[in-house]
Design a protein around this ligand. Structure first.
Ligand code: HEM
Length: 239
């Protein structure tokens, strides 16, 4: 078990970030190499700034999906907004973001109340939307036909990360974030973190290990559609 703790807690973080950085460089290189024919597809925004604004609307509001499939839009948009909220909340896991919140006038109790209220609700909401997205993939024939193993794997992996995150959030004894902050400060400064107390927490180890797996998978999976959109939307709207 100590070997597993060492691999997940000490080796995996650096490995995952390395694979992610290398994979992203490769992806960007592939995207840049894509054919970029001088065609205009309707409706093309009149100039470059309108084009950029359109891309932003696509990325933030999922504009085309809203027009195409209102039900899927609602689910997908809710899922992504809650995910963004959760990832922002995770800044408290990695850093002393509380000091910043305190400067904004929030007391320790306010921060805890906000964290458990918003974090707890977000944890449940993302689980519900992820399950609904999976059910849709399995039950809507059109969606099932175009789904591959990679799609199911990504959803199940995210589901497992969410469930283990919720286990920490709603567990009998509340998780002490000072432990994760000390551990990540050690990782960032390349100190020896093999004896970090947080690595003794099995659910945390599983949650983090699965999250690093997701990070490594990102550049090579469809989950990277978020990056691709900036290339393809610029491409199809080109004059
Ligand atoms: C290395 C990366 C990550 C670490 C170290 C980490 C760590 C943590 C910790 C310590 C908690 C408990 C927070 C508390 O109870 O106060 C938590 C909760 C949670 N995590 Fe993560 N996490 C990581 C990545 C992710 C990712 C990628 C996702 C989503 C796909 C995620 C989803 C959640 C959820 C849904 C919760 C419960 C709700 C909440 O507290 O916001 N985590 N995580």
């Amino acid at each position: 078990m100590d070997t597993v703790r060492f691999i997940v807690g000490v080796i995996l973080p650096y490995l995952a970030l390395g694979v992610f950085a290398g994979g992203m460089l490769y992806r960007i290189w592939v995207w840049r190499k894509l054919a970029s024919p001088p065609i205009t597809l309707f409706p093309a925004p009149p100039d470059a700034s309108a084009n950029a604004w359109n891309t932003v609307q696509e990325a933030v509001l999922f504009k085309s999906l809203f027009r195409g499939d209102r039900g899927l839009w609602l689910l997908a948009w809710a899922f992504h907004v809650v995910l963004a909220l959760i990832l922002t909340g995770h800044l408290r896991v990695f850093t002393h973001a509380d000091a910043l919140l305190a400067r904004l006038g929030l007391g320790e109790q306010d921060i805890q109340a906000m964290s458990s209220g918003v974090g707890g609700a977000a944890g449940v909401a993302i689980l519900v939307t992820a399950v609904l997205l999976l059910v849709r993939r399995l039950t809507v024939r059109r969606a099932r036909e175009i789904s591959g193993a990679g799609d199911y794997f990504a959803l199940l992996l995210i589901g497992a990360i969410v469930v283990t995150g919720n286990m920490m959030r709603f567990g009998a004894e509340h998780f002490d974030l000072n432990l994760t902050r000390g551990y990540f400060a050690g990782l960032f400064s390349f100190a020896d973190v093999s004896g970090a107390p947080v690595l003794q927490h099995n659910v945390f180890l599983l949650h983090m290990g699965l999250a690093w797996l997701l990070v490594m998978l990102l550049p090579f999976s469809k989950l990277l559609h978020f990056g691709g959109i900036f290339f393809t939307h610029q491409l199809i709207r080109k004059h």
